[in-house]
Ligand binder design. Structure first.
Ligand code: SF4
Length: 440
C-alpha cells in the first residue's frame, strides 16, 4: 500500500453558481492547508458537502449525497454546509456519520471548525443570518477557466411565493466595496480576464460607497480585466446606464442580460409575488433590445406553478416566442416546504409539469438556434477557454458558444486569449468559428 502523508479532502456542491464559487474558495483554502483534493466518490479523510434547499427534491438529493459520502467513508470527518444546513439541520443531524453542520452565516469558515476526530454527535452552527454588509476574508488562488465568479451580494428580501432563498440565505446584503475590488485585483493578477458578477439579487447591491453601477465602474478600471458579465439580474433592479457601457467597446461590460421572467401572465406573476407586470417587463426588455447592439437576452420561465392553467402556460410560451428573448432556462415548479406556493391545494400534475417543461425547452432551443444563425458571417470577439480533446471552446461577448478546431493556428495554445472569430455555421448548440486574428 502506498503511504500517504497528506490528508485527502473531497468536496461536493449542490445548487447554484454561488454555491459553486464558494466551494472553490473553500477547496483552495484546504489545498493551502496541505490537503490533497480528490474527486467526490473516492476515499477521503474529509468530506464537505455544500448544500441547496431550493426544493424538497433538492433536500432529498443533499441527503443522498451525504449518505453516499458517509457510507463510503465511515471514518472520514463529514461537514455539511450551506442552505440545507441552514433550513434542515435536524434532518441532517439524523444521518449517521455527520460531524459538523454549518448554516450560511459561518459556512465560509468551515475549515476553522474541522476537528481531528469524529464527533459523537454532530456540532450544529446555525446562526441567525446577519443583515449587515459582509466581506470575504479569503480569496485564494481558486482555479479558473478564464471566467471567474465574483460574489458581490448575498440573500434576498423579495419574498417570491415559490422561493425559500430569503429564509435560507437571509435578507439581501452587500459585500464590502473595497473587498470586492481586492478580490478582482487578485484575480486579474492571477490571469483572469473575465469576471462574472454573482449574487442572489445583485441589482439590490448597495453600500455607503455606492450601488451596482459603482461596483461595475470600479471593476472596469481594474487592469487586466477585459470582460465583465452580469449574471442573472431581477427585472426591476436594472439601471439603464448599463446600456451605454454595453455599447462602449472600451468598457469591459458585455452585452448580456439574463432577466428572469418566470411567467407570461399577470395573474400568475401576482401569485408568484413578482414585482412587475408583463407590460412593465416587456417595456424594459424592448428598451434594452433596442438600445444595446448585439445584445443577448436570456430568461428563466417557471412552468407548472400551482393553479397555472393550460392557457396561462400558453401565454408564457407566446410571450417568450413573440419577444426578443434568445434563450430560456425552464424550471418546473417543485414544492418547497415553508413557501407560500407549496401550501396551495391546486398543484399541477407532475406529468403535466414535465410536458410543459419539455415543450418550452424545445421552443428555447429553436430560439437559440435562430439567434446563432442570425450572427453567421459576422466577426466577433471571443475568449478561449481550456481546450477539449478536439476543439477550443469560447464564448463571444454576447454569449454565443463558439468552437474552433484544436489544430487552428498550427496548434498554438489559445487558452485564455482573446481573438476575433468569423462565425461560419451552426452545429447543434454551438457555432463553428474561424480565427481571423488573435487580439493578444
Ligand atoms: S427574487 Fe424571488 S426568486 Fe429570486 S431569490 Fe429573491 S425571492 Fe427568490
Amino acid at each position: 500500500m502506498v503511504s500517504r502523508t497528506r490528508k485527502r479532502a473531497s468536496l461536493h456542491t449542490l445548487g447554484c453558481r454561488l454555491n459553486q464559487s464558494e466551494t472553490l474558495l473553500i477547496q483552495q483554502r484546504l489545498k493551502d492547508e496541505g490537503y490533497e483534493i480528490v474527486p467526490f466518490g473516492e476515499p477521503a479523510d474529509l468530506g464537505i458537502i455544500n448544500t441547496c434547499t431550493v426544493t424538497n427534491l433538492a433536500d432529498s438529493k443533499c441527503r443522498q449525497s451525504i449518505r453516499q459520502f458517509t457510507r463510503r467513508n465511515p471514518d472520514a470527518y463529514t461537514a455539511v454546509i450551506g442552505c440545507y444546513s441552514q433550513m434542515g439541520s435536524k434532518e441532517i443531524a439524523a444521518i449517521e456519520g455527520v460531524d459538523l453542520i454549518i448554516g450560511n452565516q459561518e459556512k465560509m469558515s468551515v475549515v476553522d471548525f474541522i476537528g481531528q476526530e469524529k464527533n459523537e454527535k454532530p456540532i450544529i452552527i446555525r446562526e441567525k443570518i446577519s443583515r449587515d454588509d459582509f466581506s470575504v476574508s479569503y480569496f485564494g488562488d481558486a482555479p479558473f477557466n478564464q471566467r471567474a465568479n465574483i460574489k458581490i451580494q448575498d440573500g434576498c428580501s423579495f419574498l417570491c411565493s415559490f422561493c425559500i432563498i430569503p429564509f435560507a440565505r437571509g435578507a439581501s446584503r452587500s459585500r464590502d466595496f473595497e473587498n470586492i475590488l481586492a478580490e478582482a485585483r487578485a484575480k486579474a493578477d492571477q490571469g483572469v480576464k473575465e469576471l462574472v458578477i454573482t449574487g442572489v439579487n445583485i441589482g439590490t447591491y448597495v453600500t455607503k460607497e455606492g450601488d451596482l453601477l459603482s461596483v461595475l465602474e470600479s471593476l472596469n478600471a481594474v487592469e487586466g480585466i477585459e470582460r465583465i458579465r452580469i449574471s442573472s439580474i431581477e427585472p426591476t433592479t436594472i439601471p439603464t446606464e448599463l446600456f451605454d457601457w454595453m455599447n462602449d467597446s472600451q468598457h469591459a461590460l458585455l452585452p448580456f442580460f439574463h432577466i428572469p421572467l418566470q411567467a407570461g401572465s399577470d395573474k400568475v406573476l401576482k401569485e408568484m409575488r413578482r414585482k412587475y407586470t408583463i407590460s412593465e417587463y416587456l417595456e424594459f426588455l424592448h428598451l434594452a433590445h433596442d438600445s444595446v447592439k448585439n445584445l443577448y437576452l436570456g430568461t428563466d420561465i417557471m412552468v407548472g406553478f400551482p393553479g397555472e392553467t393550460e392557457k396561462e402556460f400558453e401565454e408564457s410560451c407566446r410571450v417568450f416566442l413573440e419577444n426578443p428573448f434568445d434563450f430560456c432556462h425552464v424550471f418546473s415548479f417543485s414544492e418547497r416546504e415553508g413557501t407560500v406556493a407549496a401550501r396551495r391545494a391546486d398543484h399541477v400534475q407532475l406529468e403535466e409539469r414535465r410536458r410543459r417543461s419539455a415543450h418550452l425547452r424545445r421552443l428555447s432551443s429553436k430560439k437559440r438556434y435562430d439567434f446563432y444563425e442570425a450572427h453567421l458571417g459576422t466577426t466577433m470577439r471571443v475568449l478561449f477557454e481550456n481546450p477539449k480533446p478536439d476543439f477550443w471552446p469560447a464564448y463571444t461577448d454576447n454569449y454565443i458558444r463558439v468552437v474552433a478546431p484544436r489544430n487552428a493556428l498550427n496548434g498554438e495554445d489559445l487558452a485564455n486569449r482573446c481573438a476575433e472569430v468569423r462565425l461560419n455555421s451552426v452545429a447543434a448548440d454551438f457555432v463553428e468559428g474561424e480565427i481571423v486574428r488573435m487580439l493578444d
